[in-house]
Ligand binder design. Structure first.
Ligand code: GDP
Ligand code: MG
Length: 162
């Protein structure tokens, strides 16, 4: 069985862009606005000799009312089915209240989670990751999904621990 990795986070942080880069797929629709990818999307990726299955999700806005509706059902399902979660946040936006809520949900579900600060382009990556350490999810990986910066080394770290 190849490992299953779910991409989770608020809409518009770059999940589908990351999915497309890692799977070289056009299957996931990259939206210029939030929340377009509604269905789960699966794709196979490969880093070195290691294959993995990636799951794109529509995202969790963190703006829904109530904890039960906070995560879209399909995102919850993707998390439960995955071996690990890549929790993506936006360096452009900084740490948001929704990120805090999602982090709490992930911790409650007890799923191995890697925190990925995307959109570090035009920023010092060491500075860009700093605010997200507050989430207490360990190392924060800096990426630019649109150009691929930091993506391979982040994935190598994730796959090395599987
Ligand atoms: P999703 O809603 O989380 O799936 O986000 P998308 O992948 O659809 O991306 C939302 C927007 O952010 C699109 O306009 C992307 O081109 C843009 N985007 C994604 N990754 C990056 C990045 O690393 N840097 C910048 N500047 N923009 C990005
Ligand atoms: Mg998307």
């Amino acid at each position: 069985m190849i490992p299953v990795i779910a991409l989770v986070g608020r809409p518009n942080v770059g999940k589908s862009t990351m999915f497309n880069r890692l799977t070289r797929s056009r299957d996931a629709i990259v939206a210029n606005y939030a929340g377009l990818t509604r269905d789960r999307k699966y794709g196979e990726g490969k880093i070195g000799d290691q294959r993995f299955m990636l799951v794109d999700t529509g995202g969790i806005s963190g703006e829904e009312e109530g904890i039960d509706t906070l995560m879209a059902q399909q995102s919850l399902q993707a998390i439960d089915e995955a071996d690990v979660v890549l929790f993506m946040v936006s360096s452009r936006d900084g740490l948001t209240a929704a990120d805090h809520i999602i982090a709490k949900q992930l911790r409650q579900r007890g799923k191995k989670t890697y925190l990925v600060a995307n959109k570090v382009d035009g920023m010092d990556p060491d500075m860009a990751v700093m605010p997200f350490y507050e989430l207490g999810l360990g190392e924060v990986f800096a990426t630019t999904a649109t150009h691929g910066r930091g993506v391979k080394s982040m994935m190598e770290s994730v796959l090395a621990e599987l």
